[in-house]
Design a protein around this ligand. Structure first.
Ligand code: SIN
Length: 538
């Protein structure tokens, strides 16, 4: 097996991974591995913007309160404090590195999104905020000769020695490479692809959560999946995100009879919290026997809409929807994982030498429901923190050298490397079919509205596929399926355990919060499956 020794290994090249790389670059060799091209991440597709308390009418304390309110009682306050207090500095620094946010004259232009009590969302090129962040961060990363990138390098598993993380096994082409590092940062993003309807890109298959789980890390809050109310619903079109900022600018939701309905569900109407809007849409769809509702922007002025949402305008036009003239068919879709690999506010996971930042991590910053546009900010703030923490990794160069050496001396190799064990040389039967069935099952049974019956049904079906977890695979698609199944099981088990409705987790059989709702549900792997752990409060 090929092997390589670096100082710092970063898995993932979205906002959190790149920001961590910038922090580490002056201090050693940094390797960023990404399973596709570096720009193929959720960051690139983020439209609406990045929330930050920088406008004259705003205060950090108000951003803090709004975040806690959206989190519905389950945010870790110290994590939110870090986010809102360090946010402004991270944004100003990013602007100094060349990021260009939209302005009104010379002043930054802030917009409104659901559940924000102030206009605090910065945006770039109208609706391409994530793309602009990615551009600015990549260009900064390129200014350091110490940062190397491997693209199309898919992480199979972490290298764990005596319970510590010493790097990762990565698939490059057909070769497995062992990458040793004194600190490994997971910045792999989310898991939206485990649902058949999602705003997430193809790469979002929960890999970081699954590999951390296999390595013995604790995962937390997995039942909290955010569903975005509005993704394009057209059989011939991709499930393209239609930014919340559209409703922030005045777009109206109408059912298929063209009737507005949000005022019947919440006093904030279109700007109610996302979970409320998503459930209201489902309820209207059931009532009207429709499979979508409409988003209406036709009253907002053609020039304004085209200028404010150029990417959405041109994408929808490709699918024969002119958003300035037509009602846009929309339906909810899985969007963001609030749960993930449990970390403290310094991004340290429960495994020494392993850090996690961004959507893959669960710092507790989002609680049970993320406030719109807090995720890019989280990537910046906690990406920088992960970099700082990795500098103080407890793994010594000596320990790493021994580990690196011993890979040659012993047969202690990545279990995935033995081609003979790969289903006796055959490729897995029907794995694409299982992938499709899993995504459908999760959407229908573990989606926006859950109940004991739907969850038990999903649990049984997922158990039928558990043979996949014991297989050794050597292609990205197959290992992704294994990761998707791992994450799907964790979400389903957690959703079953939480007998109550909090934030984005809604149980029709327990619409109230339920007893003990304030706890966080955590998981760790054990020999014969999952171990549910009591929150140990790190
Ligand atoms: C959106 O533009 O609606 C997505 C922003 C977010 O999820 O925070």
């Amino acid at each position: 097996m090929e092997k390589e020794l670096v100082d710092f290994l970063i898995i993932g090249s979205g906002v959190a991974g790149l920001r961590a790389a910038i922090e580490l670059a002056p201090h050693g060799n940094v390797l960023v591995v990404t399973k596709d091209i570096p720009t193929e991440s959720s960051t690139e597709y983020a439209q609406g913007g990045i929330a930050v308390a920088l406008s004259d009418e705003d205060e950090v304390g108000i951003h803090f309160e709004d975040t806690l309110k959206a989190g519905d009682g389950l945010c870790r306050e110290e994590a939110v404090k870090v986010l809102v207090e360090e946010g402004p500095e991270r944004i100003l620094e990013l602007i100094s590195w060349g990021a260009e946010f939209d302005r009104e004259g010379t002043k930054l232009d802030f917009t409104l999104e659901a559940a924000h009590s102030r206009k605090r969302i910065l945006h770039a090129r109208g609706d391409s905020t994530g793309r602009e962040l990615e551009r600015a961060l990549l260009s900064k990363v390129r200014s350091f000769s110490t940062v190397k990138k491997y693209q199309f390098a898919f992480t199979i598993d972490l290298i764990i020695k005596d319970g510590e993380c010493h790097g990762a096994y990565v698939l490059r082409g057909r070769e497995v490479v062992a990458l040793f590092a004194k600190a490994t940062i997971l910045a792999t993003g989310g898991a939206g692809q485990i649902f058949s309807r999602t705003t997430n890109p193809q790469v979002a298959t929960g890999d970081g959560m699954a590999i951390a789980f296999r390595a013995g890390a604790v995962l937390e809050d997995m039942e909290f999946v955010q569903f975005h109310p509005t993704s394009l619903y057209s059989p011939s079109a991709p499930q393209f995100l239609l930014s919340e900022a559209m409703r922030g600018e005045g777009a109206i939701l109408r059912n298929i009879n063209r009737e507005p309905f949000m005022k019947n569900y919440h006093s904030m109407a279109e700007l109610a919290p996302r979970d409320v809007v998503s459930r209201a849409i489902i309820s209207e769809m059931v009532k009207t026997k429709g499979n979508h509702v409409y988003l209406d922007m036709t009253h907002l002025g053609k020039d304004f809409v085209k200028k404010r949402f150029p990417r959405i305008y041109s994408t929808c036009l490709q699918y024969d929807v002119d958003i300035t003239e037509d009602l846009i068919p929309v339906s909810p879709a899985a969007h963001y994982m609030m749960g993930g690999v449990k970390t403290d506010i310094y991004d340290a996971t429960t495994i020494k030498g392993l850090y996690a930042a961004g959507e893959v991590a669960c710092t507790g910053v989002h609680g049970a429901n993320r406030l719109a546009s807090n995720s890019l900010l989280e990537g910046l703030v906690y990406g920088a923190r992960a970099g700082k923490s990795a500098l103080n990794s407890p793994i010594s160069s000596e320990q790493l050298a021994v580990s690196h050496q011993s890979l040659v001396k012993t047969s202690d190799q990545c279990p995935m490397t033995n081609d003979q064990t790969r289903l006796n040389g055959r490729s897995m039967p029907d794995h694409e079919e299982i992938r499709r069935a899993l995504r459908k099952l999760m959407w229908e049974r573990v989606g926006i509205i859950r109940c004991a019956e739907s969850l038990k049904n999903a649990k049984e079906k997922l158990a039928e596929w558990s043979f996949i977890l014991d297989k050794t695979f050597l292609t990205r698609r197959e290992i992704e399926l294994k990761n998707m199944l791992t994450v799907a099981r964790l979400i389903t088990e957690a959703a079953l355990l939480r007998k109550g409705s909090v934030g984005a987790h809604y149980r029709s059989d327990y619409p109230q919060r339920g007893e003990g709702w304030e706890r966080h549900i955590t998981w760790r792997k054990e020999d014969k499956g999952l171990r549910h752990e009591k929150d140990n409060g790190i």
